[in-house]
Design a protein around this ligand. Structure first.
Ligand SMILES: [Mg+2]
Ligand SMILES: [Zn+2]
Length: 160
């Protein structure tokens, strides 16, 4: 079975000082992310990103914008030999259309577990908001709450 570190996107992987990040030019990978993911890869972890992108539902940006940002992220991490298994994103917002995939719902984690044969007991969810913690708890995955845009190497000792 695989052990996975689930990652929230905005505020964890990339700087979220902008309210919505949907242009590649605004997508700044936070300091420490690449080093952290490299070390975790060496420890045998694989990575899945779970992100709420309600700007799509609200008409602020399009699915194509999110796809190009994700393509960029995958290619930037790939330069350092880091492989992302999947990036799952929810396009909805409760004010527009309710769904089961928006965090704190855990559907996207459940999907991942079903698809990738993941060992929940050896997996983690890193997020910068309470709803990320709630998502992890709902899926029975260990949550790690970090400060927004902080260096992930600070939480290295929380991961066995
Ligand atoms: Mg976040
Ligand atoms: Zn959704």
């Amino acid at each position: 079975m695989r052990k996975v570190i689930f990652l929230d996107r905005d505020g964890v992987i990339n700087d979220n000082s902008h309210y919505y990040t949907y242009n590649v030019t605004d997508f700044i990978i936070n300091d420490g992310v690449i080093e952290f993911l490299k070390i975790m890869s060496q420890k045998g972890y694989e990575f899945i990103v779970i992100t709420n992108q309600s700007g799509i539902s609200k008409g602020v940006y399009a699915k194509a914008d999110v796809e190009s940002v994700h393509k960029y992220l995958i290619s930037e991490l790939g330069k350092s030999g880091i492989l992302i298994l999947e990036i799952y994103y929810c396009t909805h917002h409760n004010d527009v259309e309710a769904c089961l995939c928006r965090k704190p719902n855990s559907l996207l984690i459940e999907k991942s577990i079903a698809r990738f044969n993941i060992d929940k007991t050896q997996s983690y969810f890193i997020g910068d908001q309470q709803r990320d913690v709630d998502t992890a708890i709902a899926a029975n995955i260990k949550p790690i709450l970090v400060d927004q845009n902080s260096d992930l190497n600070e939480i290295m000792n929380k991961i066995v």
